[in-house]
Design a protein around this ligand. Sequence first.
Ligand code: NGQ
Ligand code: ZN
Length: 475
Amino acid sequence: MTSALLTGAHFRQALTPEGWKRNLSVQFAADGTISAIAEDANPLGLPVYENPVVPGITDLHSHAFQYAMAGLSEVRRNPVDSFWSWRDIMYFFALTVSPEDMQAIAARLYLSLLKGGYTGIAEFHYVHNDLDGTPYARREELSLAIFEAARATGLELTHLPVFYAHSGFGGLPPTDGQRRFIQDLDGYAAMLEALKAPAAAAGHKLGIAPHSLRAVTSEEMARLMELRADLLPGCPVHIHVAEQIPEVNEALAWNGRRPVEQLYDIAPVDQRWCLIHATHLDDAEVRQIARSGATVGLCPMTEANLGDGIFRATDFLAEGGVFGIGSDSNIATSAAQELQMLEYSQRLRDRQRNVLASPDQPSVAANLWTRAVQGGARAAGRPEQGLAVGGMASFVELTSPEPEAMAPVAPEAALDFHVFAGRGLHVGDVVVRGRKVVSAGHHPLEAQILADYAAAMGRVSERLAARNPGTGTKA
Ligand code: NGQ
Ligand code: ZN
């Protein structure tokens, strides 16, 4: 989707890295970054935003197809359900999605994300093969479906093709349920090669993603680093790590090292890296991640949904750590909800309120939003400045369906209301890299995207029913 590049905008109140500011005239450069900002009540012919404006967040972790399985795993089927029994359902579901479905689901998801406070995404993409586990004629077929969804919706994409080879620490062979994810290193390199030209043409960024230390051996990690140097030097690297206690215990049993310790043993982790979840950390690991400058990719709604545990956010921030947020399983698509859950997890654990504020930003919502903007952009390999010169001209206008409800709330507190008042985030315009992609809450391709999604869900339901006849449930 391409709309004209705006030359600038005037914000009556905007969240900048230094906090809320009034009356900003902001100029955009041709590459969709911010070239100049003047504090001036005179809008100089620029479009004026009377409502508060916040920088768009980059959703730093998503598996788009999982959006379509929301609600399929909320019934107890085992004496104790867990992350691992959820994963069985997810694997089953992953065997029903065609390239056409993938595109329709991702476009539907990206539309929701644009209305949920996000202007960019890092898609951690690991469904590569056809239903029988063989590569498609074009092995990058499903990545191209993601590209098309990003193009159609206007969400800015960093695409992370995932390398996935094993079912457990020490190079265990993959299971049959993982057959759509599995590649060898040559196949993976060929996929990256094939994606470079279409990504460059569409303005998408590419990164690499070893799925986890369960799915990739140390030798493979070393080869991936060589591949990165050859094909995508300096690109973002994302990996799942230490999400579940059983994962920590398996790592210890395998070689006596905790997962994060192991990762730093075998890989050159720096600020280009993003460690997804990092839920279970000891003190040394908290410090090690913070010092390395790597972003921690928190996915609070998914982590809550899957029963992962509580991230040590207070300790990590005290060490100067950088984090961003991801929608992961896409059980939620609102950045406000993710940040609310992040703060609430700390409140529940510590029995305190307003935990994740900072001395220079006492508003929890503004503090978390600002940090998530910076961490998300860092993880996606994009400018980190937010609404400041050199930052991306990507922003979201906050509106309210019930403006009178916000009457007692000062403009600077609008984000507190949106994140914590439990009434959801409502957006007016959404601008990505200087182009308006959502206008007064409406996306121009919305009707088509919803219709395509409905058709895809019909096909997926049929395939689910055919694979599970007579059970009365679809998974
Ligand atoms: C994934 N999702 O790859 O979709 C993972 C589950 C795994 C989350 N970790 C699979 N939330 O980690 O083995
Ligand atoms: Zn994930």
